[in-house]
Design a protein around this ligand. Sequence first.
Ligand SMILES: [Ca+2]
Ligand SMILES: [Ca+2]
Ligand SMILES: [Ca+2]
Ligand SMILES: [Ca+2]
Length: 418
Amino acid sequence: MLSRAHALLSRPVRLVAAGLTAAVALGMLGTAPAAAADSPLEIILRETNDYRAEHGRSAVALNSGVSAVSQAWSEKMLASRTLAHNPSYSTQMPGGWSTAAENVAYACGYGGANANAKRIMHNWRASAGHAENMRGAFSDIGIGIAYDAATDCMYATQNFGAYPASSTRMPTGSASSNTATVTADDGRSAAAVSDSLALRRGNVFYVSDEIKAGPADLAVSYGRASDEVLVGDWDGDGQDSFALRRGRTIYFSNSLTDPNKGTWSVAYGRPSDTILVGDWDGDGKDTLAVRRGRTYFIANAIKAGDADKVVNYGRASDAILVGDWDGDGTDTLAVRRGRTYFIANAIKAGDADKVVNYGRASDATLAGDWDGDGKDTLTVRRGRTYFIANAIKAGDADKVVNFGRAGDTVFAIHVDLD
Ligand SMILES: [Ca+2]
Ligand SMILES: [Ca+2]
Ligand SMILES: [Ca+2]
Ligand SMILES: [Ca+2]
């Protein structure tokens, strides 16, 4: 249930009114000031609860322990002028919650703190992922607002938690008895973000954090149209980005929005090798495997040198898919032969764990976690139509979508664009 915003939402950069007053961080923790005029915090709390009421949800209560986390994060974003999610909110929040979520945003130049707060609420309501968080089954909210009057820029954070009715709303720092009950190791909530599809047309990549028709959230040019594209989470921050393969050189970037910045390269294998991307050891970082015929050279770090593991697998003529089929956090291989898929949950010679027939031999197939349950499944692509299934089994797709053009190169990708 992390928020999923698109670039339009979170980067409404506007005019800057310079030189008014010194920087001020407005952070009202705990109780809102009584009988005061509207404040940014009151606006966000009231409009969030209005939005919940419109969707039949009971109001969320302002929780000072959660607000302290939201406030510290908003101030950090303002100090660095960087919009990002707090990787640790779920462990910093007072414990005892069953589900947690976070929305972040900034607005600049709308003419004062309250106007910026209203714009942020407007954008959150208009964004599917943020709106979903706001009307989620939560009991408590934390709100953090950091505002710099000199530049008329506001950074805001909402953290939501579903606390049992009997739970004490503990102040910050005294919740050690029951923190982190449901958190994943990367600080994301148990309800993870699902994978999306990205496409490349020429050397332009179009990325959205959900599979949808219409304009992409992000369009960025990178490399040459002739480069082979690899997608992975090279630094383990939970976000996929691209790497380009040209000959035996692979150019990596950790930034989706600015891939030409901070690019590094590694010479790897031979140009005739097939390169696979996966998290083979489950540490959260994707690395590469070189496939040569039916031999796979698996490495758990991106560097030249020896592989960590070498296995023979299937036949040289097999197609191969990479995925975490059983949701244990480790990627393994599936062999595809025509329309038959041999799924294995360990990288070793021997029998597959599961064999299924699926689609047609002529289909293109993508592996990804389309419903965010941690398990990768298959999507069959026919032209520009995608048949998305959330279980690996014969039978109907769970969802059918048209996306891009038949000639596009399409990848599964895991991103949370803000
Ligand atoms: Ca990454
Ligand atoms: Ca790894
Ligand atoms: Ca697995
Ligand atoms: Ca899944």
